[in-house]
Design a protein around this ligand. Sequence first.
Ligand SMILES: O=C(O)CCC(=O)C(=O)O
Ligand SMILES: [Fe+2]
Length: 183
Amino acid sequence: MIPHISLPNALSPDECDRLITLVEGHRLKDAGLVGGTTAHTIRRAEIAWLDDIAEAAWVMDRMISLTAQANREAFQFDLSDFGESPQVARYTAERMGHFDWHADIGAGQWAAKRKLTIVVQLSDPAAYDGGTLELRPDSNITQASRARGTATIFPSFTLHRVTPITAGTRWSLTLWSHGPAFR
Ligand SMILES: O=C(O)CCC(=O)C(=O)O
Ligand SMILES: [Fe+2]
């Protein structure tokens, strides 16, 4: 198994813009953590759940085929569901947006069954400084591509973080694929 796979142009620049505009038209909420707690030392971002936005249904369709492709090529996990809504997050310099080291598997009906995490970079990398998605599958830290529209797909048990934003705003799309226990 490889630590992560990077798929360029998962969404086109136009699609990234459309998604950001859709989410901006809705109320963003302070981001929580798995288990329902909010701890600003760990994560500072605002999020919207796409299941709440009917006009964003196309996003899930696109991500399902993309994840199937990545899973065939790189992971071959048993996957059975996309049981959680996709999430769009906004990290801003004003609020010192960041997400400290964490893994996505947690307590909770669906969080416990997360197997793959898919993150799409929605912002032009020139629109922000900092805000790098970093993965730590072992003692080495690797930086995910910042290219707009690129999807980074990794096992949900992988430690990862978003470094603090120091200028501008970064938008990302995250979703998870679920399945039976690893064995
Ligand atoms: O915004 C990102 O790049 C990552 C988000 C993330 O790690 C999460 O929602 O669990
Ligand atoms: Fe995460």
